[in-house]
Design a protein around this ligand. Structure first.
Ligand SMILES: [Zn+2]
Length: 394
């Protein structure tokens, strides 16, 4: 297929280029030509009217949770007949929102790994799933739904090997607890010593698995940076010094704002006291402030919704997280890079994130110019998502 795009943003450049033709063969971009030198061949030709840009990347979701009711989501895991219907719908909703790749931040029954296999085998239509399987965590601490509670190094080592052999792409480590909303700045306890965490990261890297770590509060964040993790998830209550270290070390930061602020939008919000509501608001304000500081000093921020968390729905929450990045004060170009090229790099997906020769033909056509107005991301005409199956013209 040949695709004529009147306007194109490639995921890296500062502006749009006009009148390009993309030659798509076997699901890959074989060439990009100026329209004036293009000569139509035997391939089907598609003329677009909108702007073409790389497909979006959501660096943090949980397919095993629906974002509506946590308890019901978990109950649905057993027996699991319904999960195919639920997850395939979530995958479809995600793709329809223009998201062509997601990284799942674990679940205790490996649904994310199943979903990865369904999509890869063409059994489900959805974005590329970067799976982390079951999370590494310590027995008796936060995260029972994310992975088994383990206590000894041999057990963690076995889980790591199992994950690598089973097809996981990355490893999720639960380092701190959740934000408590009882007292401003209070988070659940740290689960590992620095020595244990460093060892886990080394073992994961030795098995070829990058490490995403759930960390809130200065203590956990400092430990994560000392241990050499690859990406920090949530990262609430970072100090300026810790943000500088993120920048220096090139660690990705996925600040997941919707996951906290949307708690005020769900039915259960009525259960929060005015004091707790105030803490949630202040927590998010401090996160937005830190995101702006991080942006100014060059931290590699990526866009992740934490879809599945209360009030964070698969697919449609992506636009909300984009708006929070905007509210933090980032410029449109930086936000769009976080949503495409940086996200793909964080997920280890070399074929996605930019529109370039040799990459996968996964992109979206929008009405309007997203660099001028991010609301264009909500006006998606088409999602191009070619499975790389050899079939003649692609
Ligand atoms: Zn999460």
């Amino acid at each position: 297929m040949d695709v004529v795009a009147p306007r194109l943003w490639d995921g890296k450049g500062e502006g749009l280029v006009e009148d390009r033709v993309l030659l798509i063969r076997n699901g890959k971009i074989k060439g990009i030509l100026p329209l004036e030198v293009y000569e139509p061949g035997p391939c089907p030709l598609l003329k677009l009217e909108g702007t073409l840009m790389p497909g979006l990347v959501d660096a943090h979701v949980h397919l095993s949770l629906d974002g509506k009711d946590f308890k019901q989501s978990i109950e649905r895991w057993y027996p699991p007949q319904d999960m195919w219907r639920v997850i395939t719908q979530e995958l479809w909703d995600t793709l329809k929102a223009g998201v062509v790749a997601i990284r799942d931040g674990s679940d205790g029954l490996n649904w994310n790994l199943e979903a990865k296999k369904w999509v890869a085998a063409g059994q489900a239509v959805g974005p590329v799933v970067v799976a982390t399987g079951r999370a590494l965590r310590r027995k008796g601490y936060y995260g029972t739904f994310l992975g088994p509670g383990l206590e000894r190094r041999e057990e963690w080592e076995d889980l790591l090997k199992d994950q690598a052999a089973g097809g996981c792409d990355q490893v999720k480590i639960v380092l701190s607890g959740l934000i408590t909303f009882r007292r401003y700045g209070e988070v659940g306890p740290v689960q590992f010593s620095l020595e244990e965490l460093s060892w886990l990261v080394r073992r994961a890297h030795a098995l070829g698995l990058k490490v995403m770590v759930h960390a809130n509060g200065p203590q956990a964040l400092e430990m994560a940076l000392d241990a050499g993790v690859d990406s920090i998830e949530h990262g609430y209550f970072a100090t300026e010094e810790l943000l500088s270290r993120m920048a220096e070390q090139g660690v990705y930061w996925c600040p997941t704002v919707a996951a906290v602020i949307n708690r005020l939008k769900v039915r259960k919000a009525e259960e929060y006291s005015p004091h707790q509501k105030d803490i949630i608001k202040r927590t998010c304000e401090s996160q937005l402030g830190n995101m702006y500081k991080a942006h100014r000093i060059g931290v590699r921020m990526v866009l992740g919704t934490d879809a599945g968390a209360p009030g964070v729905y698969h697919g449609r929450s992506y636009g909300e997280e984009v708006n929070y990045f905007k509210e933090a004060g980032l410029d449109n170009l930086s936000i769009l890079k976080a949503a495409t090229s940086l996200g793909a790099a964080c997920l280890g997906l070399k074929d996605l994130g930019t529109i370039e020769e040799g990459k996968s033909a996964c992109f979206v056509e929008l009405e309007g110019d997203p660099l001028a107005d991010l609301q264009a991301l909500k006006k998606i005409n088409r999602v191009f998502y070619f499975q790389p199956i050899p079939c003649g013209y692609g």
